[in-house]
Ligand binder design. Structure first.
Ligand code: SF4
Length: 347
């Protein structure tokens, strides 16, 4: 096989078809990896997962060989632990890395990855519209597979420049869409992992300890994985949009939103950050209220978000097709997550 990508490219984008083919061509067995010559690969694999847990971002290192081989290992570690929170957190962290690397590419690598790894119908075509310079156009079907997951109204189809079934994009848009596609791909379950040598099991145990502690510290509900904002129910998305736009929301909405966000896994600081846009923002007061709802202050009760009936009486319901036969926004969130995951798998 003639590789069109350099080793560095494969290391930067180990999810690509070319990288997978290269790794397969090495014919490595899991038993091979416990030999001393692969110790740095093993350690980097573990580190990738630890970075995802600790900072939510997987860094990029210069050693191309180690970087490339450690990717499938990290996935193996994640898969072996079989934890939804970890799977999602790892997928998000790797996707952020991809986004950043692609944004800084000087050439047409994004377009090649989009075509060859994800099969997108994408073309290079420069166009200046309304003061924005676009470099690519993507088939609207491909666009709509991932763009609806983004909250920002910039991504709404009605706000995009369209041309005969194609959406004009900037390079950073393509990077963002590819990174989203990577995230969903990494969230797919890979099936039962193989029997692992004791040395690898020990490494996985160190990740397990970190994972369990983090989930305990953050009060992560077992039921939910890492927060997926694009799958929030419409009522929650509406409240968030109002805050993003610098507007204010009622006391009932603040309670509903905060209790929902805490329940699905956002930290107190992340919730405070969301409220920092409101005109009357008072950090101390907001912290007190959020910590109270999270059960850190007061009687230690972690509040459950209100039901759909209650939200309806407050005028906060924004019912849409995802809300059929549900009585709680958390159920709506879980249902959208499942639908999205199935939808992406079918592609
Ligand atoms: S039905 Fe429930 S989940 Fe859906 S928008 Fe209304 S309150 Fe939110």
């Amino acid at each position: 096989m003639v590789n069109k990508y350099s080793k560095v490219d494969l290391a930067k984008y180990p999810f690509t078809r070319e990288a997978q083919e290269y790794i397969e061509s090495l014919n490595l067995d899991i038993e091979d990896l416990v030999s001393p010559e692969y110790s740095s690969v093993l350690e980097r694999g573990r580190e990738r997962v630890m970075e995802a847990l600790e900072s939510g971002y997987v860094s990029y290192r210069d050693d191309a060989y180690v970087e490339l081989l450690s990717f499938p290992l990290a996935r193996l570690f994640v898969e072996s632990l079989g934890d939804e929170y970890l799977r999602r957190r790892y997928a998000v962290a790797e996707s952020k890395r991809v986004d950043k690397l692609l944004e800084n590419e000087e050439n047409d690598k994004p377009i090649r990855i989009a075509r060859e790894t994800f099969g997108w119908d994408i073309k290079k075509e420069s166009q200046r519209v309304g003061g924005r310079f676009y470099e690519y156009k993507l088939n609207v079907t491909n666009y709509l597979t991932y763009a609806p997951y983004f909250q920002d109204k910039y991504w709404k189809l009605v706000n995009r420049v369209l041309d005969e079934g194609y959406v004009y994009l900037r390079k950073i848009d393509v990077a963002r869409l590819i990174s989203e596609a990577v995230k969903w791909r990494l969230m797919e379950k890979k099936g039962k992992p193989p029997d692992l040598p004791p040395m690898i099991k020990e490494m996985i145990d160190t990740i397990r300890v970190k994972l369990e502690n983090q989930k305990k510290d953050r009060g992560i509900d077992e039921y939910f994985s890492e927060v997926s904002r694009e799958c929030f129910p419409p009522c929650v998305s509406k409240m968030l949009s109002e805050l993003h736009a610098g507007g204010n929301i009622s006391h009932q909405a603040r309670f509903a939103l905060t209790s929902f966000l805490i329940k699905v896994g956002l930290s107190v600081d992340e919730v405070i950050q969301i409220f920092s846009n409101v005109p009357d923002f008072d950090e101390n007061l907001t912290r007190y209220q959020v910590e109270h709802i999270a059960g850190i202050k007061g009687g230690g009760t972690k509040y459950t978000p209100p039901s759909c009936n209650t939200l309806r009486t407050y005028g906060l319901c924004e019912k849409n097709e995802f809300c059929k036969n549900i009585s709680h926004p958390l159920t709506c969130y879980r249902n959208i997550l499942r639908i999205r995951q199935k939808g992406v798998k079918k592609q």
